[in-house]
Design a protein around this ligand. Structure first.
Ligand code: CAA
Length: 390
């Protein structure tokens, strides 16, 4: 039987890092509030010549260097940091990667959830024609107002995934638990570079969406909690995954078998949080950077293990689905690559970070050369964005 899922996956992030100890000192906050209270240690920050397109192209180029481009006829770009109201960010990525012209590309939006709808659409395309492969990219820059409660949860990153038949990493199973509820927990009005957020409401909306998705997954015939070996959650800050696991225990715990599985899942949350603690929130990419983090950092052999993946996008849409880790998954990727990427970021002072935060603009400009990544945002000329391969 043909299986379909994630064949390969890769991550890219911003040029800079801000250490949350420095932000805590500036804000006069106990650093343990960030490290333990939110579960965050660092945040990635983009350089003036980086954006969602350059990060997306960097992640995809690293992936395609291993897999090649054969069979790719679709590129889906999920983001809530769109750089244009009409043109898909995928058009620039398509050009930067040198993909052939007989490829369809588009951009998808629903807050942090859109990467998952892109993945589901890709599974549909491959199930119609197993010879095709789909490049799914999730890329975002999380920006809140300076001095706001959301500030320490900012971040930046992109994940690229190749979806195909007989995947080498993760077979995606057919059942999904879905939940949609219109709610004003977090959004970004037209013309605003930062999100508007009701933080406490967003946390409760996320947890209610998890309950609703779980219920729907069970109604759809999905696996019981005792049949799921690891849980990976969307991580706006990594403590949120712990809150989610507590909610899952509330709705499924109480039998010896379930409690044992829930404990094993809880013990593994640290592995899925390892990169996210250092990236910050990457919105659409966050669930999938959690997946990479788990695959790279869980000391157990995950071959044949069932992963539960919970995707949440404010506003709100959520989906809970499962996948089976494939034999040989450890040979697919270099498990030291992402840690190296994170270590190599250039450290920012709080003063410089605040300057960069306030300098985001869509006006015509020429950017300085800063990024060490293979792609640059050159600037905007006559309102048109320009990119180059370095
Ligand atoms: N040591 C240890 N822990 C400490 C501490 C200290 N010195 N001081 C405070 N804490 C703990 C608090 O007890 C609290 O823990 P619990 O959540 O377990 O109760 C935690 O630190 C946070 O502190 P506050 O309750 O004071 O909350 P805050 O005012 O700092 O705001 C937040 C937290 C609402 C999450 C805020 O960061 C925010 O608005 N973030 C952006 C929105 C967000 O990420 N929402 C998540 C769900 S929505 C979503 O998932 C979509 C998305 O990506 C945005």
């Amino acid at each position: 039987m043909t299986t379909i899922g994630i064949h390969d996956i890769e991550l890219a992030t911003g040029h800079y890092v801000l250490h949350l100890d420095d932000l805590a000192a500036y804000n006069g906050v106990d650093p343990m509030k960030y490290h333990a209270g939110l579960g965050q240690d660092e945040m990635s920050v983009v350089a003036p010549d980086e954006d969602i397109v350059t990060m997306a192209a960097s992640a995809a180029a690293a992936l395609l260097a291993r897999t090649g481009t054969a069979g790719i006829r679709t590129v889906f770009f999920a983001t809530e940091t769109g750089v244009d109201q009409s043109k898909a960010a995928a058009t620039w990525v398509h050009k930067l990667l040198g993909l052939p012209q007989n490829v369809r590309v588009t951009e998808l939006k629903q807050a942090c959830y859109a990467g998952t709808v892109a993945l589901q659409a890709a599974l549909g395309i491959v199930s119609r024609n197993p010879a095709e492969r789909v490049l799914v990219i999730a890329s975002d820059i999380a920006r809140y107002e300076l001095d706001s409660p959301g500030e320490p949860t900012q971040g930046a990153g992109a994940v690229a995934m190749l979806i195909g038949a007989n995947p080498a990493l993760l077979e995606i199973e057919p059942h999904s638990g879905l939940f949609t509820a219109e709610v004003d927990d977090f959004w970004r009005p037209n013309g605003s570079n930062t999100a508007v957020v009701d933080g406490k409401l967003s946390v409760s909306a996320y947890l209610d969406a998890l309950s609703g998705s779980w219920e729907d997954l069970q109604a759809a015939g999905g696996p019981a909690v005792s049949e799921i070996d690891r849980m990976i959650y969307h991580q706006p800050f990594t403590k949120m995954a712990r809150k989610a696991q507590t909610r899952l225990r509330e709705i499924t715990g109480g039998t010896a078998q379930n409690d044992a599985a829930l404990q094993t899942q809880e013990d593994a949350l640290a592995a899925a949080a390892s990169y996210n603690r250092r990236l910050g929130n990457t919105y659409t990419a966050s669930l999938y950077s959690g997946l990479i983090s788990l695959l790279d950092n869980d000391p157990a052999d995950l071959t044949g293990k069932r992963l539960g993946l919970f995707s949440y996008g404010s506003g709100s849409v959520s989906e809970l689905f499962t996948g089976i880790v494939q034999d040989g998954y450890r040979q697919v990727r270099d498990s030291s690559r992402v840690a190296k990427l994170l270590d190599e970021r250039e450290k920012l002072s709080v003063a410089r970070y605040r300057e960069l935060h306030e300098s985001v603009s869509y006006a015509d400009c020429v950017t300085p050369k800063v990024t060490a990544s293979p792609f640059r945002y050159v600037g905007t000329s006559d309102q048109a964005r320009k990119y180059e391969r370095v």
